[in-house]
Design a protein around this ligand. Structure first.
Ligand code: ZN
Ligand code: ZN
Ligand code: ZN
Ligand code: ZN
Length: 307
Protein backbone atom coordinates (compact mmCIF):
# COMPACT_ATOMS: atom_id res chain seq x y z
CA UNK A 1 0.00 0.00 0.00
CA UNK A 2 2.78 2.39 0.82
CA UNK A 3 4.43 4.04 -2.12
CA UNK A 4 7.88 5.53 -2.13
CA UNK A 5 7.81 9.13 -3.30
CA UNK A 6 10.45 8.10 -5.83
CA UNK A 7 8.19 5.70 -7.67
CA UNK A 8 5.47 8.33 -8.04
CA UNK A 9 8.00 10.62 -9.60
CA UNK A 10 9.06 7.88 -11.97
CA UNK A 11 5.49 7.27 -13.06
CA UNK A 12 4.96 10.94 -13.85
CA UNK A 13 8.19 11.08 -15.77
CA UNK A 14 7.24 8.02 -17.81
CA UNK A 15 3.85 9.35 -18.74
CA UNK A 16 5.50 12.60 -19.84
CA UNK A 17 7.85 10.72 -22.11
CA UNK A 18 4.95 8.81 -23.62
CA UNK A 19 3.13 12.04 -24.44
CA UNK A 20 6.12 13.63 -26.10
CA UNK A 21 6.77 10.48 -28.16
CA UNK A 22 3.21 10.64 -29.35
CA UNK A 23 3.75 14.27 -30.33
CA UNK A 24 6.73 13.41 -32.47
CA UNK A 25 4.84 10.58 -34.14
CA UNK A 26 1.96 12.85 -35.11
CA UNK A 27 4.32 15.50 -36.45
CA UNK A 28 6.26 13.16 -38.72
CA UNK A 29 3.03 11.68 -40.00
CA UNK A 30 1.75 15.10 -41.09
CA UNK A 31 5.11 15.86 -42.67
CA UNK A 32 4.92 12.81 -44.90
CA UNK A 33 1.41 13.82 -45.94
CA UNK A 34 2.69 17.18 -47.14
CA UNK A 35 5.45 15.52 -49.14
CA UNK A 36 2.95 13.20 -50.79
CA UNK A 37 0.70 16.09 -51.81
CA UNK A 38 3.65 17.92 -53.34
CA UNK A 39 4.66 14.85 -55.34
CA UNK A 40 1.13 14.73 -56.67
CA UNK A 41 1.47 18.34 -57.83
CA UNK A 42 4.46 17.48 -59.97
CA UNK A 43 7.41 18.10 -57.65
CA UNK A 44 10.34 16.26 -59.21
CA UNK A 45 13.64 16.05 -57.38
CA UNK A 46 13.51 18.71 -54.70
CA UNK A 47 12.21 18.41 -51.20
CA UNK A 48 8.88 20.15 -50.85
CA UNK A 49 9.05 22.62 -47.99
CA UNK A 50 7.52 21.49 -44.79
CA UNK A 51 6.50 24.24 -42.42
CA UNK A 52 9.43 23.67 -40.06
CA UNK A 53 12.14 24.22 -42.67
CA UNK A 54 10.20 27.05 -44.21
CA UNK A 55 10.16 28.81 -40.83
CA UNK A 56 13.91 28.33 -40.45
CA UNK A 57 14.40 30.26 -43.67
CA UNK A 58 12.33 33.20 -42.46
CA UNK A 59 14.47 36.07 -41.24
CA UNK A 60 13.54 36.59 -37.57
CA UNK A 61 13.82 40.36 -38.00
CA UNK A 62 11.92 41.16 -41.22
CA UNK A 63 10.13 37.76 -41.58
CA UNK A 64 10.85 37.58 -45.31
CA UNK A 65 12.55 34.53 -46.79
CA UNK A 66 16.35 34.61 -46.62
CA UNK A 67 18.61 34.31 -49.66
CA UNK A 68 22.39 33.95 -49.76
CA UNK A 69 24.40 35.28 -48.09
CA UNK A 70 22.51 34.10 -45.00
CA UNK A 71 24.32 35.27 -41.88
CA UNK A 72 24.55 33.91 -38.37
CA UNK A 73 25.95 35.15 -35.08
CA UNK A 74 28.54 33.14 -33.06
CA UNK A 75 25.59 31.59 -31.18
CA UNK A 76 23.92 30.40 -34.37
CA UNK A 77 21.08 32.95 -34.69
CA UNK A 78 20.42 33.55 -38.37
CA UNK A 79 19.31 36.67 -40.20
CA UNK A 80 19.14 38.02 -43.75
CA UNK A 81 21.80 40.21 -45.32
CA UNK A 82 19.51 43.26 -45.46
CA UNK A 83 18.81 43.05 -41.76
CA UNK A 84 22.45 42.42 -40.93
CA UNK A 85 23.20 45.93 -42.18
CA UNK A 86 20.17 47.37 -40.44
CA UNK A 87 21.01 45.99 -36.98
CA UNK A 88 24.56 47.43 -37.16
CA UNK A 89 26.20 44.03 -36.87
CA UNK A 90 24.66 43.29 -33.48
CA UNK A 91 22.65 40.05 -33.21
CA UNK A 92 19.03 41.09 -32.47
CA UNK A 93 18.48 37.87 -30.49
CA UNK A 94 21.53 37.66 -28.21
CA UNK A 95 23.21 41.04 -28.78
CA UNK A 96 26.55 39.42 -29.71
CA UNK A 97 28.67 40.98 -32.41
CA UNK A 98 27.59 39.32 -35.67
CA UNK A 99 30.98 39.30 -37.36
CA UNK A 100 30.91 37.85 -40.85
CA UNK A 101 29.76 34.26 -40.46
CA UNK A 102 27.84 32.69 -43.34
CA UNK A 103 25.31 29.96 -42.60
CA UNK A 104 26.24 27.68 -45.49
CA UNK A 105 24.24 24.75 -44.14
CA UNK A 106 20.99 26.73 -44.30
CA UNK A 107 21.86 28.04 -47.76
CA UNK A 108 22.33 24.45 -48.92
CA UNK A 109 19.07 23.32 -47.31
CA UNK A 110 17.28 26.14 -49.14
CA UNK A 111 18.77 24.95 -52.43
CA UNK A 112 17.05 21.59 -52.06
CA UNK A 113 13.62 23.07 -51.34
CA UNK A 114 10.73 23.62 -53.69
CA UNK A 115 8.06 26.16 -52.84
CA UNK A 116 4.75 27.14 -54.40
CA UNK A 117 4.47 30.56 -56.04
CA UNK A 118 3.36 33.30 -53.61
CA UNK A 119 0.39 34.02 -55.91
CA UNK A 120 -1.06 30.56 -55.45
CA UNK A 121 -4.32 32.03 -54.16
CA UNK A 122 -4.56 34.14 -57.36
CA UNK A 123 -4.41 31.04 -59.53
CA UNK A 124 -0.71 30.19 -60.02
CA UNK A 125 -0.17 26.51 -59.25
CA UNK A 126 3.50 26.28 -60.15
CA UNK A 127 6.16 25.05 -57.73
CA UNK A 128 9.71 26.36 -57.94
CA UNK A 129 13.17 25.59 -56.63
CA UNK A 130 13.80 27.96 -53.74
CA UNK A 131 16.31 30.14 -55.57
CA UNK A 132 14.24 30.63 -58.73
CA UNK A 133 10.96 31.36 -56.98
CA UNK A 134 11.63 35.09 -56.57
CA UNK A 135 12.51 35.53 -60.23
CA UNK A 136 9.32 33.79 -61.28
CA UNK A 137 7.22 35.92 -58.94
CA UNK A 138 8.51 39.14 -60.47
CA UNK A 139 6.94 38.05 -63.77
CA UNK A 140 4.17 35.72 -62.63
CA UNK A 141 1.12 36.51 -64.72
CA UNK A 142 -1.07 35.97 -61.65
CA UNK A 143 0.66 38.63 -59.58
CA UNK A 144 -1.83 41.34 -58.60
CA UNK A 145 -1.99 44.64 -60.48
CA UNK A 146 -1.69 48.05 -58.85
CA UNK A 147 -4.72 50.32 -58.95
CA UNK A 148 -4.46 52.26 -62.25
CA UNK A 149 -5.98 55.42 -60.79
CA UNK A 150 -3.38 58.13 -61.11
CA UNK A 151 -2.60 61.13 -59.01
CA UNK A 152 -3.47 59.42 -55.75
CA UNK A 153 -1.52 57.34 -53.32
CA UNK A 154 -3.89 54.44 -53.79
CA UNK A 155 -2.34 51.23 -52.54
CA UNK A 156 -5.08 48.82 -53.63
CA UNK A 157 -3.87 45.81 -55.60
CA UNK A 158 -5.79 42.92 -57.08
CA UNK A 159 -6.88 41.07 -60.18
CA UNK A 160 -8.67 42.94 -62.98
CA UNK A 161 -12.29 42.29 -61.85
CA UNK A 162 -11.37 43.49 -58.34
CA UNK A 163 -9.77 46.66 -59.70
CA UNK A 164 -12.66 47.43 -62.06
CA UNK A 165 -15.07 47.23 -59.12
CA UNK A 166 -12.68 49.32 -57.01
CA UNK A 167 -12.37 52.07 -59.69
CA UNK A 168 -16.13 52.26 -59.98
CA UNK A 169 -16.98 52.14 -56.27
CA UNK A 170 -14.09 53.92 -54.60
CA UNK A 171 -12.80 56.34 -57.26
CA UNK A 172 -16.25 56.95 -58.85
CA UNK A 173 -14.73 56.44 -62.31
CA UNK A 174 -17.05 56.60 -65.34
CA UNK A 175 -17.62 53.25 -67.01
CA UNK A 176 -18.50 52.98 -70.71
CA UNK A 177 -19.41 50.05 -72.88
CA UNK A 178 -18.24 50.20 -76.48
CA UNK A 179 -15.13 50.74 -78.58
CA UNK A 180 -15.66 54.30 -79.76
CA UNK A 181 -15.82 57.40 -77.66
CA UNK A 182 -16.50 61.08 -77.92
CA UNK A 183 -15.48 63.04 -74.86
CA UNK A 184 -15.68 66.66 -73.92
CA UNK A 185 -13.12 68.04 -71.53
CA UNK A 186 -14.07 71.39 -70.07
CA UNK A 187 -11.96 73.32 -67.60
CA UNK A 188 -12.72 76.87 -66.55
CA UNK A 189 -9.24 77.85 -65.42
CA UNK A 190 -6.85 76.28 -67.93
CA UNK A 191 -3.92 78.43 -66.86
CA UNK A 192 -3.44 76.44 -63.70
CA UNK A 193 -1.56 73.34 -64.65
CA UNK A 194 -1.52 70.78 -61.88
CA UNK A 195 0.16 67.46 -62.42
CA UNK A 196 -3.10 65.66 -62.23
CA UNK A 197 -5.42 63.44 -64.12
CA UNK A 198 -8.48 65.46 -64.94
CA UNK A 199 -10.40 62.52 -66.10
CA UNK A 200 -10.19 58.77 -66.08
CA UNK A 201 -12.73 56.73 -67.98
CA UNK A 202 -12.89 52.95 -68.20
CA UNK A 203 -14.01 51.38 -71.48
CA UNK A 204 -15.39 47.92 -71.69
CA UNK A 205 -14.92 46.38 -75.13
CA UNK A 206 -13.88 43.02 -76.60
CA UNK A 207 -14.54 41.71 -73.10
CA UNK A 208 -11.51 43.65 -71.80
CA UNK A 209 -11.11 46.97 -69.97
CA UNK A 210 -9.16 50.06 -71.02
CA UNK A 211 -8.38 53.21 -69.04
CA UNK A 212 -8.45 56.52 -70.90
CA UNK A 213 -6.40 59.13 -69.06
CA UNK A 214 -6.68 62.80 -69.79
CA UNK A 215 -4.38 65.09 -67.91
CA UNK A 216 -2.48 68.32 -67.65
CA UNK A 217 1.16 68.61 -66.79
CA UNK A 218 4.28 70.60 -67.39
CA UNK A 219 6.47 69.16 -70.14
CA UNK A 220 9.78 70.97 -69.72
CA UNK A 221 8.67 74.62 -69.64
CA UNK A 222 5.52 74.07 -71.64
CA UNK A 223 2.12 73.26 -70.19
CA UNK A 224 0.55 70.41 -72.15
CA UNK A 225 -2.50 68.20 -72.14
CA UNK A 226 -2.15 64.55 -72.80
CA UNK A 227 -4.55 61.71 -73.50
CA UNK A 228 -3.53 58.07 -73.54
CA UNK A 229 -4.99 54.62 -73.18
CA UNK A 230 -3.91 51.88 -70.81
CA UNK A 231 -4.90 48.24 -71.00
CA UNK A 232 -6.09 46.45 -67.88
CA UNK A 233 -4.08 43.29 -68.41
CA UNK A 234 -0.62 42.06 -69.28
CA UNK A 235 1.75 43.49 -71.84
CA UNK A 236 1.50 40.61 -74.32
CA UNK A 237 -2.30 40.99 -74.42
CA UNK A 238 -2.18 44.78 -74.74
CA UNK A 239 -0.30 44.40 -78.04
CA UNK A 240 -3.36 42.75 -79.57
CA UNK A 241 -5.12 46.12 -79.54
CA UNK A 242 -4.68 49.52 -81.17
CA UNK A 243 -6.38 52.82 -80.59
CA UNK A 244 -6.67 56.23 -82.15
CA UNK A 245 -7.42 59.65 -80.66
CA UNK A 246 -8.43 62.83 -82.47
CA UNK A 247 -8.80 66.39 -81.29
CA UNK A 248 -9.36 69.52 -83.33
CA UNK A 249 -11.49 72.45 -84.43
CA UNK A 250 -11.66 75.05 -87.21
CA UNK A 251 -10.47 72.62 -89.85
CA UNK A 252 -7.34 71.58 -87.88
CA UNK A 253 -6.90 68.19 -86.36
CA UNK A 254 -4.34 66.25 -84.30
CA UNK A 255 -4.45 62.48 -84.68
CA UNK A 256 -2.68 59.93 -82.54
CA UNK A 257 -2.55 56.21 -83.18
CA UNK A 258 -0.98 53.88 -80.67
CA UNK A 259 -1.02 50.65 -78.76
CA UNK A 260 -2.52 50.74 -75.28
CA UNK A 261 0.05 50.32 -72.54
CA UNK A 262 -0.38 47.62 -69.93
CA UNK A 263 -1.20 48.87 -66.44
CA UNK A 264 1.89 46.89 -65.38
CA UNK A 265 3.65 50.05 -66.56
CA UNK A 266 3.05 52.76 -64.02
CA UNK A 267 0.96 55.73 -64.99
CA UNK A 268 3.98 57.95 -64.52
CA UNK A 269 6.17 55.83 -66.77
CA UNK A 270 3.66 56.01 -69.62
CA UNK A 271 3.17 59.74 -69.16
CA UNK A 272 6.90 60.46 -69.05
CA UNK A 273 7.51 58.41 -72.19
CA UNK A 274 4.91 60.68 -73.91
CA UNK A 275 3.25 57.62 -75.42
CA UNK A 276 -0.02 59.33 -76.24
CA UNK A 277 -1.76 62.34 -77.78
CA UNK A 278 -0.02 65.50 -76.64
CA UNK A 279 -1.69 68.87 -77.10
CA UNK A 280 0.26 72.06 -76.42
CA UNK A 281 -1.76 74.47 -74.31
CA UNK A 282 -1.75 77.18 -76.97
CA UNK A 283 -3.16 74.79 -79.51
CA UNK A 284 -5.63 73.39 -76.98
CA UNK A 285 -6.92 76.91 -76.29
CA UNK A 286 -7.15 77.57 -80.01
CA UNK A 287 -9.16 74.37 -80.42
CA UNK A 288 -11.38 75.55 -77.56
CA UNK A 289 -12.41 78.69 -79.46
CA UNK A 290 -13.76 81.70 -77.55
CA UNK A 291 -11.58 84.01 -75.47
CA UNK A 292 -8.94 81.49 -74.33
CA UNK A 293 -10.37 81.63 -70.79
CA UNK A 294 -11.89 78.19 -70.95
CA UNK A 295 -10.64 74.86 -72.16
CA UNK A 296 -13.22 73.01 -74.23
CA UNK A 297 -11.77 70.02 -76.05
CA UNK A 298 -13.61 67.34 -77.90
CA UNK A 299 -11.59 64.14 -78.07
CA UNK A 300 -12.88 61.28 -80.17
CA UNK A 301 -11.36 57.85 -80.28
CA UNK A 302 -11.65 54.23 -81.24
CA UNK A 303 -10.20 50.95 -79.97
CA UNK A 304 -9.81 47.97 -82.30
CA UNK A 305 -8.37 44.51 -82.21
CA UNK A 306 -5.41 43.64 -84.42
CA UNK A 307 -5.74 40.32 -86.20
ZN1 ZN B 1 15.64 40.25 -42.57
ZN1 ZN C 1 22.80 35.71 -31.59
ZN1 ZN D 1 3.31 32.34 -60.09
ZN1 ZN E 1 -7.43 52.87 -56.27
Amino acid sequence: MYRYPGSTFKEVLESHITISDYDVAVKSESTSTVTKTAAGLGSKNGVYSTNGVHELLECPVCTSLMYPPIHQCPNGHTLCSNCKVRVHNCCPTCRYDLGNIRCLALEKVAESLELPCTYQSFGCHDIFPYYSKLKHEQHCRFRPYNCPYAGSECSITGDIPTLVAHLKDDHKVDMHDGCTFNHRYVKSNPHEVENATWMLTVFNCFGRQFCLHFEAFQLGMAPVYMAFLRFMGDDNDSKKFSYSLEVGANGRKLIWQGIPRSIRDSHRKVRDSQDGLIIQRNLALYFSGGDRQELKLRVTGRIWKEE
